[in-house]
Every structure is written in C-alpha cells, then in structure tokens.
Design a protein around this ligand. Structure first.
Ligand code: PRX
Length: 656
C-alpha cells in the first residue's frame, strides 16, 4: 500500500546549525554505531559514574530478557543529585516549580526554586524517613499518586536511593485504576496528597485514594502531602501527613545510596495494551540511565546555561524520563509546572516561556493544536525568542500544526523534531539529534533512529518494506533502556513484543520510510487509542462501560479529533428492558469517567442492536472504525452478520 498521502511536503527546512549533515553522512555514522552497538553503548555508559564497573556489556543468553552492563553497580539518585551537590552545581537551581494558582493579574502566586543541594538534602531526608521510620528496603514496592508538585520527584529519587521500586500512577486516574495498579505492584505504601489543583479546582486525591484502598490489601502505610489544605479523612495508624513525620528527621541526614546492580529494577510504570489489564513495564537502572544520558545530550543538546521545560506530567513516561531522571542527571535547570497549560488564559504556557526564558521546549502535538485553535495573538503577546530547540512527543504531529508552531515559536530557524518512543523503550528511539548531527528537517517527520538503535519498517512477514510503503515499526537490536519484563507476567512480555516478528521488538505502530530514508510513524496498528497523547486501551474503557447496569455489550474505537488526535467513542448494546435515552448516555459517560478517570471522556455513545463480530464472537473494532471514518471496511468474510455494519453506520450518522 502506498502512503504518499502522508508526505505532502516537499519543503526541507535547514536550521542554522553547525551540526548539519546530509542524511547520507548520518546513515554512514549510524550504520557504524549499529554494527558495533554493544561497544557503542558501552562507550556512552562509561560517561556515567559507576560504583563498580560492569564485567559484561550485555547478557543476551536468554532473549528477550536482556541484561545491560552486567556486574556494574550504580544508583539513579546518586547520579541525579549527589554528583551535582558535590560539584560546582551545588547552588545551581535544579527545579523551578510554578504552581497553578494565579493572582488577579494572572501572575503565579507560588514559585519555588530548588537548588541541587536542596534536592540532595530533601531526597536524603525523605530516604531516611522511608528507610528508618517505615522500614522500607530493597525489594519492596511503593505506589505514588501525587500531582505535579516538587514532592513527586523527591519521593521518586528517595525511593531510588534506597532501592525501593516505585510505581507512579497519573493523578488523573480514578480509584479503580489506582487500585488495579497498587494490587499488581503489591505495593506496601501509598504516597499521595490531600488534593491537587486543576483548572482552579481541587482534585480530591486523598478521597479517591481512600476508595482505592478499600479494594486492596497490601498497603500498610499512607503518607499524605499537604498541597491544597482541604479536609481529608486520616485513618489512625495508617495515614500520616508528610510534614508531620518529617519534623523529627534531622536536616543533615545522609543516606548511603544503595549499590544497585545495573539490571536491578528502578520503577514499574503501567501502560495500556490491546487486551487485558494494564501492563506493568519494568525498567532497569544502568541501561535506562545510559539511554537518558545519551538522548538528553543528542536530542536536547542540554548545556549548563539552558532553561529546559518538558510540559508533560510526571505520571506518564515522558515525565519520568524527561522531567525527573534525564534532565537532573545532566545537571540542568528545569521548569516544573503544576497545572493546565491554558489556565486561566490560553497564554499561560507562553508566559512561562517568557518568565523563565525557556531555551529548550519539549511538548505534545495536542498542546500545539489547542494553542493553534486559540490563535496567534496569544503567542505574539510574549517573547519566545529564547527558545533554541523544540521537540514534540506522544503522537504524530500533523504538518499544519508543525508549520504553525515552527513559525510562531521556532521563528522558522530552530531545530524542531518529533521524537518517537514509548513507555516500553524508556527513552527516545527515533529523532533528530540537534546536539550531535542534525539532518535537514521535514515538517512532522520522526527523522532517523538515534545512534546505536536499529529500527526498521517491515511487512507482515518481517521483511523490510519498500520506500513509501506502510509497514510495522520494529527495533532489531537490544538497546539500553529496554524493559526488563512485564511485572509478574514475563510470558506476556514475550507474547506482546517479541512474537509477531521473532527476534525483533514489535512496537505496535504503523510507519513508513520515505524515499530519503526518513521515518514517519503513522499511528497505532492495534486497538490502543491515543487521546491527547495519553495511551488508553479499548479493553479498559469497555470494562468500565460494561459495569453500567444497562449495558450488555460494547465496542470502543478511536476516531480522529482535530485537537486531541483521537477520541474514544462507544457503540453499545443495551440489556433487555432498557431503551436509549439522553440520560442513559450521560450516565454511561459518567461511569467511564468514574471508573477510569477524567482522561477517559468518551467523544460519543451510540446505541445499536448488533455489533460486527467474527463467527467466533470477537468484536471487529477494525470494521467499526472503518465504517465511521468512511474508510473501506476491507475483508469481512469472517463477519457473522453483515447487517451489523449498516447498523453501526446508521447509529453514527443519526447521532453525529
Ligand atoms: O503510537 C506511538 C505514539 O505513542 C505511543 C507510545 O505511547 P506511550 O507509551 O504513552 O508513550 C508516549 C510518550 C513517549 C507510540 O506507540 N507516539 C509517541 N511519540 C510519537 C508517537 N507517534 C508519532 N510520533 C511521535 N513522535
């Protein structure tokens, strides 16, 4: 299948960069790095500070369970705080945190600056609390359910320091979603806050957490950070306020960082797949920190005078890697912003760029498209010419949004790329590398695999596709930062990622390479939906819908949305005795929001009497999606009842 439609632009943009090389030169350098990928990555890893050097670069004796830098010992908290606190960066600002609330003039009322020494001190004190007062040890697991406040990275780094695996759950997730993740991680402790600010309103995090805690049995202790000062229910013996338990912790405690083996797990992060409950992706320590070191340098070109801002939430992988571990490892000064980018006015985000003189910006296509909708004036009110590098992440960026942002913020001259990666890869895999060698940009391309990573686009049989032909994105060699496994389900790890094409990592994305060799990731090839760049599985949404007493069956599919990229819509068969109504529709929408969280807002609910199914009873979401997006439905020979297709079309047309 030819997809030249994905490549409407001839124009090539050549930012003024002394690192600009032709794509052929890059290909030569790249192929050399891939040929010797083990030595190549070892040379990158040697730039980290190891307590003990590795004995073997990679143990590949039991694929796909690769272990990087075997025998080596290090600690992620040491690398991100101690190293800088001991150096001239001691008083350098690590994090400038801006809270969401504003005064009548729209100025932020809360800004905190933490230097590397502040971070070192608070991480040590918190690590002391967790180890000495709560008795947490290497091998334990802790769940974190916090908003975007400085305590979030502090807890992550404190837990990393004592070798306790943590699992951060995005604070927009519901009680049920939190409970599932606590239960799977078998967490002993939950760290949360009384509430969080979102668009001027309080999100009652502790109340939500209490509901989750009714459903799980592993949590012994709860630490509550006071953020908004709302009234919460504290259970005697289980729940303690962070400020109160920290009162007795001396200011100068030092907690020796645990000597972690390179292949010891650092964290578990849950992400959605095609079927089943969310997968707990487990990341290691040595490989992960190596990939972040490389990409912070190559992709973002960070230097000591930069002010770096990644607009993601730490609850997702982008925040783990590119707000917490990546930038802090490089000793960067970064912005951490608590709230919505367009609150209270559409120019909140540009005012942040101007206020701190941001030089490196990492954001998402959804954010860019919503800024675009608000119009140019909001940007023109502010000075943005401090920005020297920008990247986007999370979903494909359409050329219109790319061009608009490139012009208004990028002044048509600075490098601007779309970095492809996913929760599983740990860090950026396909991207322009303005810090190393920059190839000519094209609007919206993901460019080329980074050095040391061999990515390819293959057909159903695993053979490379021809230029401009759509295929599946794969990674052909192990890379540092790859998952260790899926928590408590190694079989699933093999099945989901390593079985479709033996010996290759299957990403689950469609991609194409153009005739110059540039990669363009087109979107998911499975039933994962990307809503505003956030990853949702159809299974999670359908399981929530089915809990509504009126629902017999449902099929959820993603449909294109001009701002969010995609939104989920549901086709529903009601149980006998129920009739479609507006109230029922609203009630189902509410059920999904309650069960999954506010990110799971359905874009539409359509009632039908049949759904397209195979003869074995499997719902053919592909057919539903094709019908409502006006695409050919393709092969329907396995369809049980063709009338179901018309039924879906009719329901959609009528209520659209
Ligand atoms: O479909 C791809 C899309 O996001 C998916 C991974 O989602 P998640 O694990 O939530 O991680 C997102 C942030 C790293 C991928 O399978 N995706 C991510 N970045 C891009 C992208 N699609 C196109 N272009 C990108 N730059």
């Amino acid at each position: 299948m030819s997809v030249t439609w994905a490549l409407p632009f001839e124009k090539k943009i050549n930012p003024k960069s002394n690192k600009l090389v032709s794509i052929n030169t890059y290909k030569e350098i790249h192929s050399q790095s891939v040929k010797e990928y083990k030595q190549f990555w070892a040379s990158v890893a040697s730039e980290l500070e190891w307590f003990k050097p590795w004995e073997k670069i990679i143990d590949d004796s039991n694929p796909p369970f690769y272990k990087w830098f075997v025998g080596g010992e290090l600690n992620a908290s040491y690398l991100t705080v101690d190293r800088h606190a001991k150096s001239w960066r001691k008083n350098k600002v690590a994090i400038i945190w801006e809270g969401e609330p504003v005064d009548q003039n729209g100025n932020p009322t809360e800004v905190k600056k933490l230097t590397y020494y502040d971070l070192f001190r608070e991480v040590n004190r918190t690590a002391y609390l967790l180890r000495e007062k709560y008795g947490l040890r290497k091998g334990d697991a802790v769940t974190i359910y916090l908003p975007m406040i400085p305590e979030l990275p502090i807890f992550m780094l404190a837990l990393a320091r004592i070798g306790v695996v943590f699992s951060v759950v995005f604070s927009g997730f519901s009680a049920d979603a939190l409970a599932t993740r606590i239960d799977d991680a078998q967490a002993k402790m939950l760290i949360t806050a009384d509430g969080g600010w979102r668009r001027g309103k309080v999100v009652p995090l502790k109340d939500i957490a209490d509901k989750a805690l009714e459903k799980v049995s592993t949590i012994k202790d709860v630490i509550v950070v006071r953020r908004v000062g709302n009234k919460v229910n504290m259970i005697e013996g289980r729940d303690k306020y962070y400020d109160e338990v920290m009162k007795d912790v001396p200011i100068d405690v030092y907690v020796e960082p645990e000597r972690m083996k390179s292949e010891d797990p650092l964290y578990i992060l849950y992400t959605s797949g095609t079927t089943g409950k969310p997968k707990g992706i487990v990341h290691d320590t040595g490989g992960y920190m190596t990939l972040l070191h490389a990409t912070m340098r190559w992709v973002f070109d960070v230097r000591d005078d930069d002010i770096y801002w990644c607009t993601a939430d730490i609850g997702w992988v982008t925040g783990h890697s590119y707000i917490v571990f990546g930038p802090l490892q490089e000793g960067v000064t970064e912005i951490m912003y608590e709230g919505a980018l367009d609150w209270p006015q559409p120019d909140r985000w540009v005012s942040i760029i101007e206020r701190y003189g941001i030089t490196i910006l990492y954001t998402s296509p959804t954010a860019i498209r919503s800024f675009m909708k608000y119009g140019d004036e909001w940007i023109k009110k502010h000075k943005v010419n401090t920005v020297r590098i920008m990247h986007s992440v999370g979903e494909p960026i359409n050329p219109e949004a790319f061009e608009w942002f490139f012009k208004l913020v990028g002044r048509e001259e600075i490098p601007f790329g779309s970095t492809w990666w996913m929760t599983e890869t740990g860090g950026i895999m396909i991207s322009h590398l303005p810090g190393l060698y920059l190839i000519p940009l094209k609007p919206g391309t993901n460019a080329m695999p980074i050095l040391g990573v061999e990515a390819d686009v293959v057909d159903e049989n695993g053979n490379p596709t021809k230029p401009e032909e759509r295929g599946y994105l794969v990674i052909k060699n192990p890379w540092p930062g790859m998952p260790l496994t899926i928590h408590r389900d190694p079989e699933r790890y093999i099945k989901v990622y390593w079985s479709k094409f033996p010996g290759m990592f299957y990403a689950g994305d469609y991609a194409v390479r153009d005739s110059d060799g540039y990669f363009w990731i087109l979107g998911r090839a499975d039933e994962v939906i990307k809503v505003a760049g956030h990853r949702l599985g159809t299974y999670e949404l359908e399981s929530a819908i089915i809990e509504h007493p009126a629902v017999a069956e449902s099929a959820v599919v993603g449909i294109p949305d001009p701002v969010k990229g995609e939104v989920p819509v549901a086709f529903i068969i009601l149980k006998q005795g129920y009739t479609p109504s507006k109230e029922l529709m609203d009630d189902i929408l509410k059920t999904v929001r309650d069960k999954v969280g506010p990110i799971a807002t359905l874009g539409g609910v359509y009632f039908v009497s049949k759904l397209p199914k195979t003869r074995s009873g499997k719902i053919m979401r592909r057919v539903v999606r094709a019908v409502i997006t006006n695409q050919p439905v393709g092969d329907v020979t396995t369809l049980e009842d063709e009338a179901s297709v018309d039924e879906v079309r009719k329901a959609y047309e009528e209520f659209k």
